[in-house]
Design a protein around this ligand. Structure first.
Ligand code: ATP
Length: 227
């Protein structure tokens, strides 16, 4: 489902005499349907950079990143948009939303974008909001004023609304209390059971050990180590 081969990345710092920083070389990994793979490695090793390349936010300098057959490195913007709508979900650490859109709609949006009816999309959104213990009185309000933990849970609900074949999870259990953490771990287990291929960053070691089948230490892809 996700196949990464020989990916490299360097950053050019245009405001610092165009200094070129190589951050990754020879990155490779394969994630099968139903599998969850954790990216590990010390801070600055390149976990977030690899996730951003998989999602198409950062462009790899070389190599290929195949997701359900589409090479993200060579895909057009239109293909990336379609990939993100249909195939590849991303639960980032922070919720970014258009102001004044009610929480229920924020969560239902991925389904509405796929053409599901409003009633069905809202019902699924409400089911997830309930599971994640977002009080019903908040569903018609914008999440912009919610607490950090509430925003994270809205973000998770949105990320799990559609059954994406592939999912990227960036610290999905950070800053959650025990009960909500458990709900998120169950959502991940269910996604695996229905065949989703998942790549995640989990600083929560117990969570990582429970839901991940393998770990890939991205330190192995840092240029000085590989040289
Ligand atoms: N936009 C950018 N411009 C320049 N350098 C960057 C950029 N993004 C990341 N880097 C550099 O790439 C390297 C890898 O960073 P990255 O954020 O991927 O690490 P990480 O493993 O996710 O770290 P952490 O666990 O602290 O989040 C770092 O040296 C970082 O400074």
């Amino acid at each position: 489902m996700i196949l990464i081969e020989n990916v490299s990345k360097r950053f050019t710092l245009h405001n610092q005499n165009a200094a070129v920083i190589p951050v990754m070389t020879g990155a490779q990994m394969r994630v099968e349907p139903g599998e969850c793979v954790a990216l590990t490695g010390q801070s600055g090793a390149g976990k977030s950079t690899l996730m951003r390349m998989i999602y198409g936010n950062y462009l790899a300098a070389s190599g290929s990143i195949l997701i359900g057959g589409l090479d993200v490195v060579r895909a057009s913007p239109r293909e990336i948009i379609r990939l993100r709508r249909e195939t590849l979900g991303y639960v980032s650490q922070f919720l970014r939303v258009v102001p004044r859109v009610p929480t229920r709609t924020v969560v239902a949006e991925p389904l509405l974008a796929l053409g599901h009816g409003e009633a069905e999309a809202h019902a699924r959104a409400e089911e997830l909001l309930k599971m994640l213990n977002i009080p019903e009185r908040l569903w018609s309000l914008s999440p912009t004023t919610f607490s950090g933990g509430e925003q994270q849970r809205v973000n998770i609900a949105r990320g799990f609304a559609h059954d994406y074949p592939a999912l990227l999870l960036d610290e999905p259990t950070a800053s959650l209390d025990g009960a909500n953490r458990e709900v998120v771990l169950q959502l991940i287990e269910r996604a695996k059971a229905r065949g989703a291929a998942i790549v995640g960053i989990f600083h929560d070691e117990a969570a990582r050990k429970r839901v991940c089948d393998r770990e890939i230490d991205v330190t192995g892809f840092t240029p000085r180590k590989a040289a």
